[in-house]
Design a protein around this ligand. Structure first.
Ligand SMILES: [Zn+2]
Length: 334
């Protein structure tokens, strides 16, 4: 069995367990927040797991699956260059700066998903994963939430989303990211917001799209001015794609949603939905998403051009790590 098959089997195996957890979920229409459902833990509580607080409550089989799915989440993130990190941050207030510098650790006040909701979280992730495999990498960038629901109901290889899962996905989407410690603006305010497909253009050989007006001309100009070694590593991303990445990042962060948000915008908050894009140097692979990119001649040329803005510089106000590869779309829509 190759790695992909093994991952598929693993995720499929979680069906029964996740399914049973879904059945005990709330079926009323009241909108529960994380607070009401009580999943929020402080890192202190979370840290009690070695004293039998958190993880022993969890079904050992589920716990085991989580550990294995983490590897899979890493692969998902790697494909989007989200696997590795840079560590240069300055000029923030001390507390935020400390968090930004140590973005991949737990900090006091972090929001962590409670054990009682992990099964639902994982079943949602599995269904996002099914859609991703079904429609393919390129289409997944643009697919809307409503299309996700429709595919999950009708496509032969997909499991339908349950009411509990839909409610959970909504909660994640509508949760205020400020509570995580992410200070960016909400750019897509409805979970059903769509990427206007007529306004984007597919970039050959990249699997990614750019807005024709706010991004494509800049990308073309960068390629012309810096050179052909510049590549597009991520372009337009819709709600579903961002949900998938955020879930993968959260799994990798031991269900610490705040930690995930320090290196990936929560769904609805990504500037990739309105014109930002990521570039890299051909051949640099996943190092394109580390400080290594900022040491390349390409990056130096890029900065010297004078017309490029990096969305997340070292002193960015968003609470996000330094991202030298993430370019602001100009004349953007917000
Ligand atoms: Zn980016």
């Amino acid at each position: 069995m190759d790695r992909r098959e093994a991952i598929k089997k693993l995720i499929d195996q979680s069906t029964a367990l996740a399914g049973s957890a879904m059945l005990v979920g709330c079926s009323s229409h009241s909108h529960l927040t994380f607070d009401q459902w009580g999943p929020i833990q402080t890192p202190k509580e979370h840290g009690h797991k070695e004293h039998g607080h958190t993880c022993q409550k969890l079904d050992p089989q589920l716990h085991n699956q989580i550990e294995k799915i983490k590897n899979h989440a890493s692969e998902t993130l790697k494909s989007e260059g989200q696997a590795s990190y840079s560590k240069l941050v300055h000029n923030q207030d001390e507390k935020t700066q400390h968090k930004m510098e140590n973005f991949d650790q737990d900090h006091p006040g972090d929001i962590i998903l409670g054990p009682e909701r992990k099964a639902t979280f994982l079943s949602c992730y599995r269904k996002l994963q099914q859609l991703y495999r079904y429609i393919g990498y390129g289409n997944f960038n643009l697919v809307s939430f409503e299309e996700f629901i429709a595919y999950s109901k009708t496509a032969p290889r997909l499991e339908a989303l349950s009411p509990v899962e839909l409610k959970f996905l909504e909660e994640i989407f509508y949760f205020s990211a400020e509570k995580y410690g992410f200070y960016g603006k909400k750019l897509q305010t409805n979970i059903t917001d769509k990427i206007p497909s007529k306004e984007v253009i597919k970039i050959p050989f990249s699997g990614h799209y750019l807005y024709r007006d706010v991004s494509y001309p800049i990308y073309q100009k960068i390629k012309k001015d810096v050179g052909r070694s510049i590549i597009l590593t991520s372009g337009v991303r819709g709600v579903v794609k961002q949900l998938h990445l955020f879930f993968a990042k959260t799994i990798k962060s031991d269900f610490n949603l705040s930690q995930a948000s320090r290196s990936l915008a929560p769904p609805g908050y990504s500037y990739h939905s309105v014109g930002d894009f990521d570039i890299g140097k051909k051949g640099l692979g996943t190092f394109n998403f580390t400080n290594k990119f900022s040491q390349t001649d390409e990056y130096k040329k890029l900065i010297d051009l004078g017309y490029i803005d990096i969305r997340y510089p070292t002193d960015n106000p968003f609470g996000v790590r330094f991202e030298p590869w993430h370019i602001e779309g100009k004349f953007r829509r917000v």
